[in-house]
Design a protein around this ligand. Structure first.
Ligand code: SAM
Length: 226
């Protein structure tokens, strides 16, 4: 059973606050504009790894792309199925041909993956040359088991940032970390994963104020290697 199977109903109805008929709008962290600005307009398939309940599908469609979601949790995909075409699968072994998709996105998922560097290599494998990858994830500097955000005006960063590790420790019981746990990579390790996968870093963004809660990265697969 996938970790999110046990919290899919809570994720959709309470965490995302979409309500029984899915009428809520967007993500509690207001990720729509950040994702839209990084992905930009385009056409063709946009593969979302860890699509969850499909909350970003509408934004992707509005940009002209055709979303397809992959997720490990059948219970999360029960919600996503009404929002985009879906595949039950593992981001570390994508059921997708080499060099076949023009865009991939991963939104609030890297901390759920035990080996994000391996997933980044999978992303590089399935992207077409010139294709775009958009990562939007928990900010590695200001969020994590080491960061106490109970007071939004004074985030307390305790020891722990430098040690990449998995934890269920959290300053709140209203989020995900205390329920399913989360991995952490310091910023250089996270960005090195993109570079080691052969992706070219293009743009960065942060979301959340006064202290950012999310980091966005755009990377592309080079047209030619070498
Ligand atoms: C925090 S949720 C984010 C869902 C969605 N992207 C969003 O922003 O609402 C993380 C999702 O990643 C999925 N996930 C975790 N490990 C995965 C894996 N190895 N392959 C595919 N999906 C995975 C979980 O099932 C869950 O739906």
């Amino acid at each position: 059973m996938a970790a999110y199977d046990g919290i899919a109903d809570w994720y959709e109805n309470e965490f995302l606050g979409r309500g029984p008929s899915g009428e809520g709008d967007g993500h509690p962290l207001g990720l729509g504009p950040l994702l839209g600005g990084l992905l930009g307009e385009g056409d063709g398939t946009c593969l979302e790894i860890g699509c969850g309940t499909g909350v970003h599908a509408r934004s992707v469609v509005e940009l002209g792309w055709t979303p397809v979601g992959v997720d490990l949790s059948a219970r999360m995909l029960r919600y996503a199925g009404g929002r985009l075409p879906i595949v039950l699968g593992d981001a570390a072994r994508l059921p997708v041909r080499d060099a076949s998709v023009p865009a991939v996105i991963a939104v609030m998922v890297h901390t759920d993956l035990p080996d994000y560097a391996a997933v980044l290599r999978e992303v590089a494998r399935v992207l077409r040359p010139g294709g775009r990858f958009v990562h939007v994830g928990v900010h590695p500097c200001f969020c994590g088991g080491f960061a106490d955000r109970a007071d939004p005006d004074a985030v307390v960063v305790r020891p722990g940032y430098l040690d990449g590790h998995w934890t269920k420790e959290s300053w709140t019981d209203a989020g995900l970390r205390d329920k399913v746990g989360a991995s952490h990579w310091p910023l250089p390790a996270l960005l090195t994963g993109f570079v080691d996968a052969g992706l070219v870093l293009e743009r960065f963004a942060e979301g959340g104020a006064p202290t950012p809660a999310v980091l966005g990265v755009v990377a592309t697969k080079p047209d030619r290697v070498g």
